[in-house]
Ligand binder design. Structure first.
Ligand SMILES: *Cc1c(COP(=O)(O)O)cnc(C)c1O
Length: 393
C-alpha cells in the first residue's frame, strides 16, 4: 500500500482534480512543472534559506518534562508555534510564493476563513513585493477583524465574498472565479493539503520539513529517528501531513490524527469528518466530507477556526480508510482544558487547534517507554479572546 500520491493524483480512492474545464490550463501547468521546480537546486536553496533566516527554522523539538511526568510517557513537542507568524502555515506559503515566481506569475490570490492563511499569504507577498488579493467571506471579515487588519497592514487587498453563507466556501468560489479570469499572470495559493491535484502533494512536500527536522532532532535526543507515535491535529490536514510525511512508510511509527468533535460528534455541531464524513467532492478533490443525504455540504463547527472545515485532504481520507492513522475526535471542552494545562505545566500557550492534539493524552494511555512527538502547530495569541470568554478570566 502506498501513502504517496500516484501519477493520476490519487491517494487510494481519494484525490484527483475535479475542476471546471476553464481551470484545466492553470492546474495542468502546475501539475506538469511542480516536481521539476521543487527539485531544482536553486529552488531548494532559496526555500531552505528563507525557512532558516525568515521563518526561524529549525523549530525546536522540546522535551516536555512536566507534561511527560503527568502522563507517564515521554512527550516531545515540535514547536511550530515558534515560526514567524505563529504557526506552520508559513512553510507552505513560502514554498508557493517561490513556485509562483518560477512559474512567472506576478499576482497572488488566496481564500481564507479565519484569516490565518490570508495573513501567511500576505506576509510572503510583502516579502517578495508581489500583488496579493485575499477573498474572505463577509461574515468572516466581521468575525476576524484583527487578521483583516494584519492583511491590510501587509499590503494585501481583502475582497469580501457576498454570496451564500458569506464564509470560507463562498470565498473559495470567488477565488476560483478570479483564477479562471486571470489564468496567465496569477497563482492561487491554497492553504492546506486540499484542492485539486497537485496541491495536496505540493503542500505536503513543503510541510514535510517538519518531519525532516523531527528525524534529525530525535536522533540527537533519543538515538533513533523514529518515535513510537506522532500526533497532530487535522483541519484540512497540512500540519499533520508535514509531521507524518517521512514516517508514512514506516509502520513502526504510529500516526494519530486529531479532529474537532465540537460540542460532541453527534451533536450536529462538529467537524469530525472521519466519523461523519462520506465520500464526495469538495474543493476539486474526491475525499471524505460531511454532507447531507442529498450531497449538500454540512456546515461544520469547532471552537477552533482552523479545524472548522467540513472535509479532510485526500491523503488523510486515505490514511483513515486504510487505518494507517488512528483518528481521534476531541470536543471543545476537552481541547480547552488541555490547552490551559499546557500553559500551567510548560509555560506555553498553544493555539486551540493544537490543544485538540494535546487532549489525546486524556483519552489514550501511552506506555512509560513510548516516545511521543506532538506537533504543536501554532501559538495561542490569536485565540486569547476565545480563551478569555471560555474560562472567564
Ligand atoms: C490552520 C491551522 C490548523 C489547521 O490546518 P491544517 O491544514 O490541518 O494544519 C492547525 N493549527 C493551526 C495553529 C492553524 O493555524
Amino acid at each position: 500500500m502506498s501513502y504517496f500520491v500516484d501519477k493520476q493524483g490519487y491517494y487510494g480512492n481519494f484525490g484527483g482534480a475535479y475542476i471546471p474545464e476553464m481551470l484545466y490550463p492553470n492546474v495542468e501547468e502546475l501539475a506538469q512543472k511542480y516536481l521539476t521546480i521543487m527539485q531544482e537546486t536553486s529552488f531548494q536553496k532559496e526555500f531552505k534559506d528563507l525557512l532558516k533566516d525568515y521563518v526561524g527554522r529549525p523549530t525546536p523539538l522540546y522535551f516536555a518534562k512536566r507534561l511527560s511526568k503527568k502522563y507517564q510517557t515521554k512527550i516531545y513537542l515540535k514547536r511550530e508555534d515558534l515560526n514567524h507568524t505563529g504557526a506552520h502555515k508559513i512553510n507552505n506559503t513560502i514554498g508557493q510564493i517561490l513556485m509562483a515566481k518560477k512559474l512567472g506569475k506576478n499576482r497572488i490570490i488566496a481564500e481564507t476563513g479565519a484569516g490565518q492563511h490570508g495573513v501567511a499569504t500576505a506576509t510572503v507577498c510583502a516579502l517578495m513585493g508581489i500583488e496579493c488579493i485575499v477573498y474572505m467571506g463577509e461574515v468572516d471579515i466581521a468575525r476576524q477583524a484583527p487578521n483583516v487588519a494584519r492583511m491590510k497592514m501587509l499590503g494585501a487587498k481583502v475582497i469580501p465574498a457576498l454570496s451564500g453563507s458569506r464564509t470560507l466556501k463562498d470565498a473559495t468560489n470567488e477565488a476560483i472565479r478570479d483564477w479562471i479570469n486571470n489564468p496567465v499572470d496569477t497563482h492561487y495559493i491554497i492553504g492546506s493539503v486540499v484542492g485539486p491535484h497537485p496541491y495536496p502533494d505540493m503542500v505536503a512536500r513543503f510541510q514535510a520539513i517538519i518531519s525532516e527536522e523531527i528525524k534529525k532532532q530525535l536522533q540527537e535526543k533519543e538515538g533513533t529517528e523514529n518515535p513510537d507515535y506522532v500526533i497532530a491535529c487535522v483541519g484540512g490536514g497540512s500540519n499533520a501531513a508535514g509531521a507524518f510525511y517521512h514516517y508514512l512508510d514506516n509502520d513502526n511509527v504510529k500516526l494519530i490524527a486529531v479532529e474537532a468533535a465540537g460540542l460532541g460528534i453527534h451533536s450536529g455541531q462538529s467537524a469530525a469528518t472521519s466519523v461523519l464524513g462520506k465520500e464526495g467532492i469538495i474543493h476539486g478533490s474526491r475525499t471524505l466530507l460531511m454532507q447531507t443525504e442529498d450531497g449538500q455540504i454540512t456546515e461544520p463547527y469547532s471552537i477552533s477556526a482552523g479545524l472548522d472545515y467540513p472535509g479532510v485532504g485526500p491523503l488523510h481520507a486515505h490514511l483513515c480508510q486504510s487505518k494507517r492513522a488512528e483518528f481521534i475526535s476531541i470536543t471543545d471542552d476537552e481541547a480547552m482544558k488541555a490547552g490551559l494545562e499546557l500553559c500551567k505545566l510548560e509555560g506555553i500557550i498553544p493555539a486551540i487547534e493544537s490543544s485538540h492534539a494535546l487532549a489525546v493524552f486524556n483519552t489514550k494511555k501511552f506506555k512509560s517507554t513510548d516516545v511521543v512527538v506532538l506537533n504543536l502547530s501554532g501559538r495561542g495569541d490569536k485565540d486569547l479572546n476565545t480563551y478569555i470568554n471560555y474560562f472567564e478570566f
